[in-house]
Design a protein around this ligand. Structure first.
Ligand SMILES: C[S@@+](CC[C@H](N)C(=O)[O-])C[C@H]1O[C@@H](n2cnc3c(N)ncnc32)[C@H](O)[C@@H]1O
Length: 297
């Protein structure tokens, strides 16, 4: 697989909140290529537990964290299973956690994963290639209404009905099995408005990726589990890349920080965004929002 380096987003800001120099056990819920994890270890974390549901990401993280191999535990797991992962290791409390949501550049741009409309390859899109239905299977088996709803909900695509109709019309003759086929169907289905800043397939590809990986399902509960596992004064940082995700982070933090039962204090009144300089250097940073909170009880 051609490797595309993943540049961590908002890393300095994330480390400012995580404060790894305090030492202790930190959890990287979405270790990816290990960029944030490296900064945690270099910054003074004593131990690190790194999770990812993509085995390829874990292999990359193992390489990039080789210098700290004795103090790093890498686990193939969805961070929604954090309770079970910690229980299995006899860990009650953690000293910090980071979740850098969504997909990595390695997934998006790497060959053979089926996330990108920039090349023609099998339509997979699963972060965890050992489980669940591929995008091609979902597209084959879903009704037109469900397809349209997913494209609208997860892509905020206002032409979702048109696109779903075109997909269903095409699949009557032959299954939609490649990224190139899907991109061509979407582009043809869109009203022709001349030059566009982004490819017309962008929102549909985002929607199907979120749908395939159930990226929003159970996110609020998973964030609550992270907060409940934090030791007193320990912090959680969440970086999100689209408004649906950010809304869930914001609402969950608010709910956990409200009233007599509050367990966290929100450290970011407004989400942090990347500087112009970072946006120029790393286009992935353009949509990033960082929120942080601290355990109080
Ligand atoms: C934006 S990348 C993280 C990059 C990482 N912070 C770095 O600096 O290299 C997101 C990673 O999270 C993983 N991921 C997304 N959702 C996940 C989940 N629910 N559980 C575990 N891993 C997840 C993806 O497979 C991907 O490798």
């Amino acid at each position: 697989m051609a490797e595309v380096p993943h540049i961590p987003v908002l890393s300095a800001e994330a480390m400012g909140y995580m404060a790894p120099e305090r030492g202790g056990l930190f959890v990287d819920c979405t270790i990816g290529a290990g960029g944030h994890a490296r900064a945690l270890m270099a910054g003074g974390a004593t131990r690190l537990l790194g999770l990812d549901r993509d085995r390829h990401a874990l292999a990359c993280a193992a390489q990039s964290l080789a210098a700290w191999r004795d103090r790093v535990d890498l686990v193939h797991a969805d961070f929604h299973e954090l309770d079970a992962v910690l229980d299995a290791r006899g860990i009650a409390r953690i000293d910090g956690a980071i979740a850098d949501l969504g997909v990595s550049s390695m997934q998006l741009e790497g060959d053979g994963r089926g996330f990108s409309f920039k090349r023609d390859e099998p339509l997979d899109m699963r972060m965890d290639q050992s489980a669940g239905a591929t995008a091609a299977e979902l597209i084959r088996e879903t009704s037109e209404t469900e397809l349209a709803d997913a494209i609208f909900r997860y892509g905020e695509e206002r032409h979702s009905r048109r696109i779903a109709r075109a997909i269903v019309a095409t699949r009557r003759d032959a299954p939609v099995e490649t990224t190139g086929q899907l991109a061509a169907i979407v582009r043809r289905a869109m009203p022709n408005r001349g030059w566009r800043r982004i490819d017309p397939a962008t929102r549909t590809f985002q929607a199907i990726r979120i749908w395939v990986n159930r990226e929003l399902d159970g996110l609020a509960t998973a964030l609550e589990v992270i907060c409940r596992r934090l030791a007193a004064n320990a912090r959680v940082v969440v970086v999100s890349f689209h408004s649906l995700e950010d809304r869930i982070v914001k609402q969950t933090f608010r709910a956990l920080g409200r009233g007599h039962e509050a367990i966290i204090r929100i450290l970011t009144k407004r989400p942090l965004v990347a500087s112009d300089d970072e946006r120029d250097r790393n286009p992935r940073a353009r949509s990033a929002k960082l929120r942080a909170a601290e355990r109080i009880a």
